[in-house]
Design a protein around this ligand. Structure first.
Ligand SMILES: Nc1ncnc2c1ncn2[C@@H]1O[C@H](COP(=O)(O)OP(=O)(O)OP(=O)(O)O)[C@@H](O)[C@H]1O
Length: 272
């Protein structure tokens, strides 16, 4: 299996001290090639869970295995090798602003290169065709030689996903990949990610705020709230009532009308 979490609790460090748990006693098993969406309100723990699956957070309690190994029982070098089999795509990828897109995308291959080849590739991209092909899958083929800081937020997000295409990862951990995209691009982007994962038989775990997209695209939905798994079901078994309960009381109240925005005032204003 790809992941096994048993009673896993994760805390962030705040000012050097343990904060209250961001994830509480999670039990989760993810098989190779599975595609699942993490949904839940803001602060539910989706990003923390993805980072934990990427071996970026050491759990405080419980048992955790990736490809049958406990990463935190391994040497640092072995854990590094294990991490190279995983790819975490953050919502806002930290891409070097002054770099060309081609160099940034090809950086996905750095963990698998020798030091000198990696160094040389930073000076002169070694395989621009591969970078172009990966970018083209997200509609960004024409941005190959653009500077990263000239990309829009949505383009930067897709640039991060193009990196994923060039990695050798066996598990894709993708955090809100469509948060900066319009509906048509969102559909295309999710379909591209899912197709790549299927072809490689890679595991795909994707957090989404767009619940209907999650229900439409993913066969398994995991609902998180307050750091706990509220449900973990095939999509057919997830009802509207379960979704409503997951997000209950999470709606932000609309702001009170401004005293000057009364209909009278608007009508008067409209005369000018
Ligand atoms: N670096 C951090 N340091 C301290 N606490 C953190 C840190 N990152 C997240 N948290 C806390 O952990 C909890 C889970 O946050 P997380 O970012 O995982 O939620 P999320 O479901 O991804 O939220 P969103 O949908 O808003 O991105 C929250 O209470 C959050 O305040």
């Amino acid at each position: 299996m790809t992941y096994r979490l048993e009673q896993l609790t994760v805390r962030h460090l705040v000012a050097g001290l343990d904060a209250p748990p961001a994830l509480h006693a999670l039990d989760l098993v993810i098989e190779p090639g599975e595609q699942l969406a993490l949904i839940g309100p803001s602060g539910a723990g989706k990003t923390t869970l993805l980072a934990t699956l990427a071996c970026a957070h050491k759990p405080a309690e419980g048992r955790f295995s990736v490809f049958g190994q406990d990463p935190w029982a391994l040497s640092q070098a072995a854990r590094h090798r294990l991490r190279a089999r995983l790819f975490l795509a953050p919502q806002a990828p930290p891409l070097p602003p002054r770099q060309r897109v081609v160099t940034t995308v090809l950086a996905a291959r750095l963990p698998h290169m020798s030091f000198w080849r990696a160094f040389a590739s930073l000076v002169k991209p070694v395989d621009p065709d591969a970078a172009h092909a990966a970018l083209a899958r997200f509609g960004l083929g024409d941005k190959l030689y653009s500077r990263v800081d000239r990309l829009s937020g949505g383009e930067r997000q897709r640039c991060g996903l193009a990196r994923l295409m060039l990695s050798n990862a066996e598990a894709f951990l993708v955090d809100e990949p469509i948060s900066a995209l319009d509906p048509a691009l969102s559909q295309h982007t999710l379909a591209t990610l899912q197709q790549e994962a299927s072809e490689r038989k890679a595991t795909l775990v994707c957090s989404l705020h767009q619940v209907e997209m999650a229900r439409a695209h993913f066969p398994r939905l995991v609902g998180l709230r307050d750091g706990r798994i509220v449900f973990d079901r095939p999509r057919e078994a997830v009802t509207d009532a379960m979704i409503a309960a997951l997000y209950e009381n999470e709606h932000v109240q609309p702001p009170a009308p401004h005293p000057h925005d009364t209909p009278d005032r608007i009508a008067v204003g409209a005369c000018f």
